[in-house]
Design a protein around this ligand. Sequence first.
Ligand code: MN
Length: 158
Amino acid sequence: MSAPKVPRETPFLRREVAPCDWEGVPARPYKAAGEADFRDVTRRVLFDAPWGLLCQVRCFTIGAGGYTTLERHRHVHAVIVLEGRGRVLVGREIFDVAPRDLVAIPPDTWHQLRAAPDAPLSFLCIVDAERDRPVLPTPEELAGLRQDPVVRAFLDGE
Ligand code: MN
């Protein structure tokens, strides 16, 4: 008699074959084009809530000069930088980040990640599998954020 077959959707090992590229994990678009303002971001889902652990582990890669959406939402992010350099806006604070840094993004807090102009930025982002949709700033909220000259320079990629 052969051993019972255990159905398994999630491999026990995801092997990294190149920096921030894992076997069997396709690079997907970050978001639907036109849905929001972002530039040169790809998304890889490494871990998708198997076996009752209700979190996802995604890897995002932002090309040099690229950025994620400026957004907020109820759910939290734990962001761990893997490669490259960049900056992160959390609320009205801006941080330079490098590999192995961890950024905690609290609920209902504006955030955006930007790769350096001359280097990409790759990071893991851990989130609840069930989560609310991101909210984009209204023109009034954006104007409010841009009143801070440091935040404005960040948002303009300066
Ligand atoms: Mn977010």
